[in-house]
Design a protein around this ligand. Structure first.
Ligand SMILES: O=C(O)c1ccccc1N[C@@H]1O[C@H](COP(=O)(O)O)[C@@H](O)[C@H]1O
Length: 241
């Protein structure tokens, strides 16, 4: 059985690495230079970086040049999110050399475009399913965007390669992941799922690891690393099997 992939997160707002609580604008805690944070995770042994342009996601500008600098400095695989909603933003994202992009709002608001880019780019496209309960949220998680399972069925039928599932109620809270949601999503799709939101401890990572046979491929870890609940080296060891 493959081991759980860990994706340490660097979320960028106004040029800084930040963590939010429940993804709410204004709840930021700042952790300094995004490049330094990303290099620290790479040096600690990460194989992936989850890199988010929060300003682009919220519609408060963008950090496109800085995101390109960070992605370009990485020797590891980069998953890029935030504000990728049309041909121009997708081209800019892919030009960073990232391994894949996450589409959020676009999957809710412009499904035809998303179907087109899934067909064109295959597994370079993942869709972020950011949910409250079973209702999807877009535009910086401020607007409802439909039913999780209806959208998942549509995206599956269009060949979407992978889903990044975030329980907004858990994100940035250090309250533990929503394992029930992950189980339910895995039961509804054959495609791999990356878990996001709530990881607080090595036991949480072990619990997510136990869902690898059901289809969970990876876990995004944010606040717990920045708050030093554990080190990335400890996390990688915990999921190494
Ligand atoms: O990661 C967050 O904390 C976050 C908070 C609020 C909004 C978005 C957030 N993250 C990522 O942004 C994309 C969605 O961006 P868009 O809707 O495509 O512009 C989503 O995949 C999250 O990974």
């Amino acid at each position: 059985m493959p081991k759980l992939e860990l994706l340490p997160a660097v979320d960028v707002r106004d040029g800084q690495a930040v963590r939010l609580v429940h993804g709410e604008s204004g709840s930021e805690t700042s952790y300094g230079s995004p490049l330094e944070a990303a290099l620290a995770w790479q040096n600690a042994g990460a194989e992936w970086l989850h890199l988010v342009d929060l300003d682009a996601a919220f519609g408060t500008g963008d950090n496109r040049a800085l995101i390109a600098e960070v992605a370009g400095a990485m020797d590891i695989k980069v998953e890029l999110s935030g504000g990728i909603r049309d041909d121009a933003s997708l081209a800019a994202a892919l030009a960073t050399g990232c391994r894949r992009v996450n589409l959020g709002t676009a999957a809710l608001e412009t499904p035809e475009w998303v179907a087109k880019v899934i067909a064109e780019h295959g597994d370079k496209i993942a869709v972020g399913l950011d949910v409250r309960g079973t209702t999807l949220r877009g535009r910086g998680w401020t607007r409802d965007g439909g039913d999780l399972y209806e959208t998942l069925a549509r995206l599956d039928s269009e060949g979407c390669a992978r889903y990044v599932v975030t329980d907004i109620a858990k994100d940035g809270t250090l309250q533990g992941p929503n394992l029930e949601l992950l189980r339910d999503v895995c039961a509804a799709t054959d495609k791999p799922v990356v878990a996001s939101g709530g990881v607080s401890s090595l036991d949480d990572l072990r619990a997510i690891s136990s869902l690898v046979p059901q289809g969970v491929e990876g876990a995004i870890v944010g606040k717990a690393l920045y708050a030093k609940a554990f080190t990335l080296e400890e996390a990688l060891k915990a999921v190494s099997g």
